[in-house]
Ligand binder design. Structure first.
Ligand SMILES: Nc1ncnc2c1ncn2[C@@H]1O[C@H](COP(=O)(O)OP(=O)(O)O)[C@@H](O)[C@H]1O
Ligand SMILES: [Mg+2]
Length: 262
């Protein structure tokens, strides 16, 4: 199974009102790429993910997955939110088993595979616990295990770590880098956090009110970078990454902040 390529072609998106949220957007996400989208609140990041998820029809233009128009949701394209969507009456293991059941994995194998996925996210001992018996960070781990157990070809992540405290968040970032390193899925990851963007992304696009305001390619993608300790640490390209960080902050209209922190 390989990652899905995704493409927005001259796409206009909106809701009930006459004003469009996104107008004439062109964006390509290559198979297996981790594309991070940053942008001010309300610029349409979640709206764009909904279109890729097949939950919001386009007003104009086309959204494509592997060249085929996206007409509705598919198990190939998983959407992950900040608020976990675990079923509260199912324990962690049985939550992870759910997509395996949907994929037709036989009952006996489901249990083993779910246990393996829980192990990958560091929750070997939590399989029997209900979501309410887990911390927010642990619930997000279960959600990640559940998502990846479904073997999606694209994972659409909408500020998934936004509700976590800084330390838990850094742990989740490390974990995501690790599990992505041997998962073939394409990832579109939305965040407010520029450091998170540079840590996780192969490429970062800044979405603004008038479309894509900037795009940067991250050197040595997925090279071991220390989560939570700034980007570029350890790979010898710290200066270059600092420049990219400034370019993103300028595009976000936050240049003053950039100067303060350099
Ligand atoms: N379900 C909805 N119905 C109507 N308008 C919406 C809906 N969801 C989002 N919007 C509007 O669309 C715009 C973009 O929202 P959104 O994509 O959530 O932005 P972002 O994720 O970048 O913060 C905002 O003006 C928001 O109010
Ligand atoms: Mg949003």
């Amino acid at each position: 199974m390989t990652g899905l390529s995704l493409r927005a072609e001259d796409v206009t998106l909106g809701y009930g009102g006459p004003a469009a949220v996104v107008t004439g957007l062109d964006l390509e996400v290559r198979a297996g790429e981790v594309l991070v989208v940053v942008g001010p609140s309300g610029c349409g990041k979640s709206t764009l993910l909904r279109a890729f998820a097949g939950l919001l029809p386009v007003r104009a233009g086309r959204v494509l997955a592997d060249g085929e128009p996206i007409t509705g949701p598919s198990r190939d394209r998983a959407l992950v939110f900040q608020d976990d969507a675990l079923l509260p009456w199912r324990n962690a293991r049985r939550n992870v088993e759910l997509p395996l059941a949907m994929r037709g994995v036989p009952r006996g194998r489901r249990r083993d595979q779910a246990a393996q996925w829980l192990g990958r996210v560091g929750l070997d001992d939590a399989g029997d616990r209900l979501p309410r018996e887990l911390s927010g960070g642990m619930r997000q781990r279960v959600q990640l295990a559940r998502t990846l157990a479904g073997a999606p070809r694209a994972v659409l992540m909408d500020e998934p770590f936004g509700a976590l405290d800084a330390q838990t968040r850094a742990g989740m970032q490390r974990l995501l880098v690790e599990v992505l390193s041997d998962a073939p899925a394409t990832v579109v990851f939305v965040t407010h956090d520029v450091d998170e963007a540079l840590l996780l992304g192969d490429r970062v696009v800044v979405l603004g009110p008038a479309g894509i305001a900037a795009e940067v390619t991250v050197p040595n993608p997925r090279a071991p970078r220390e989560a939570g300790a700034g980007v570029g640490a350890g790979s010898g390209d710290g200066v270059e990454v600092e420049e990219l960080r400034d370019r993103i902050l300028v595009a976000l209209g936050a240049r003053g902040e950039a100067k303060e922190t350099v």
